[in-house]
Design a binder for this molecule. Structure first.
Ligand SMILES: [Zn+2]
Length: 68
């Protein structure tokens, strides 16, 4: 999964961070892809925290859509 706002020219890195669906607890496969410089920023820490608190896997997202 790719996160963050960083320019396409920025080198990408892969981080092995465990993120779980907030509903079913399923882990995001493959870790996270982000920009090399962006990953060092405070903004990244903030975005990662938000993501961990709000993440839904594809299945739970679909269920949410159907229930609406
Ligand atoms: Zn889920």
């Amino acid at each position: 999964m790719k996160i963050g706002n960083f320019p396409d020219s920025e080198r990408r890195i892969r981080l092995e961070i465990e993120i779980h669906c907030t509903k079913c607890g399923k882990q995001v496969p493959g870790g996270i892809q982000t920009g090399e410089k962006y990953a060092q920023s405070a903004e990244f820490q903030h975005d990662l925290k938000e993501l961990k608190e709000n993440y839904l896997c594809g299945i739970c997202r679909d269920k949410k859509r159907v229930q609406k």
